[in-house]
Design a protein around this ligand. Sequence first.
Ligand SMILES: Cc1cc2nc3c(=O)[nH]c(=O)nc-3n(C[C@H](O)[C@H](O)[C@H](O)COP(=O)(O)OP(=O)(O)OC[C@H]3O[C@@H](n4cnc5c(N)ncnc54)[C@H](O)[C@@H]3O)c2cc1C
Length: 419
Amino acid sequence: MDNAAPLSIVRRMETETDIVIAGGGLNGCTLALALASAGFQVTLVDPLAKSARGGDAFDGRSYALSIASTRVLSALGVWSALKAEAQPILDIKVTDGRAGEGPSPFMLEFDHAEIEEGPMGHMVEDRHLRPALLDALDAAGVTQLDGRSVQAETPGMSGITVTLEDGQTLSAALLVGADGKKSGVARRAGIRRMEWSYDQTALVCAIAHEKPHESTAHQFFMPPGPLAILPLKGNRASIVWTEETSRAAEIQAMDDASYLDVLRPRFGDFLGEISLAGARFTYPLGLSLAERFVSERIALLGDAAHAVHPIAGQGLNAGLKDVAALAEVVTDARRRGEDIGQTDVLERYQRWRRFDTASLALATDTFNRLFSNDNSALRLIRDIGLGVTNALPGLRRSFIREAAGLTGDLPRLARGKTL
Ligand SMILES: Cc1cc2nc3c(=O)[nH]c(=O)nc-3n(C[C@H](O)[C@H](O)[C@H](O)COP(=O)(O)OP(=O)(O)OC[C@H]3O[C@@H](n4cnc5c(N)ncnc54)[C@H](O)[C@@H]3O)c2cc1C
């Protein structure tokens, strides 16, 4: 067969756009929306069909969104569609515990009344968040190429050529890798990763319970890992329950009644009778941090740049701050007449987000090692730590502000302003 296609066909297959985003997960979709709101032509590519990415069947997953994250969604016009279904978090209780023993007397409690901004965050279900983002993308006219993946990219002086698996090529000024923790964009750009597995797996489900949760989130530090009980609308909660990977596989293989029998003693009876309110999922846990967030005409964000342990529920919150920072850097660069894919423009983004996210990766790693064990000396140290922090209002407030995403140099979108 003759491989030399006529020039007219080659031209027809190459599409020009300002920015290609590889990955239509929560971060990729939010970035596409932010960039479109600033007037960029955006093409979003994802191997999954839209129905698989944004179906409204409840799959048990929910996210604790910080104040900064809800401000980003609000500035992009998405929060109004989510607010009614979002559960405010008014109180957070953190304790050490062992299955069947109940919580230790050393409790750390964070109350939203200690800050002026209102609830410390909101629980939002995946089945609401994804469709809201996809609807907003349709309304904003973002080009979405579903069922296709980015396979290769060739950066050059004036732009980057992105090749999809079906051979279509896109030419753009910038390619953003929002393609998750196994990012092919990062790998092909030669960006190395610091990564390890925790030999822990998160068992995730939603439960219905008899007594009201009072808008309180609970974190129990159990020897195999943290158990988070996060309030959802109504008498329901999202469970993120960490176990050693082999034990998690055994528990996941059980029928629903046996699964709940294992969960109950870890959980206690403070919410009354419990039952499952959706499907059960497992997520293997690890840390994966890209050593650089940028390369020639390429920027990484979200899990493609940093995937962390969910111990603090901060992975997506960090990704949405990346989104806000990158969108601001390229918008300002264009206003100044700069080439948005130029290395010094992209390095501004990297300087803004690299330290913050590396600190988050280190903090979640340290907390997980300190709390996920049954060593009695460490248990004593952490119980004293919880008690001391609880006794110091200033320290407690600074933890709340950190978790709510209100510290540091916040991008405009994370302050609720437009680009
Ligand atoms: C158990 C658990 C609980 C969590 N709870 C919270 C929480 O409460 N709060 C919080 O802030 N965070 C939480 N997180 C973290 C959060 O879920 C992630 O950080 C976030 O979902 C990552 O989104 P992403 O868009 O960066 O990546 P992903 O969701 O991994 O999306 C990547 C996308 O890229 C696509 N893709 C892959 N390859 C290609 C290719 N070649 N070309 C194009 N596209 C491609 C994929 O199909 C996918 O759609 C939790 C995580 C876990 C595991």
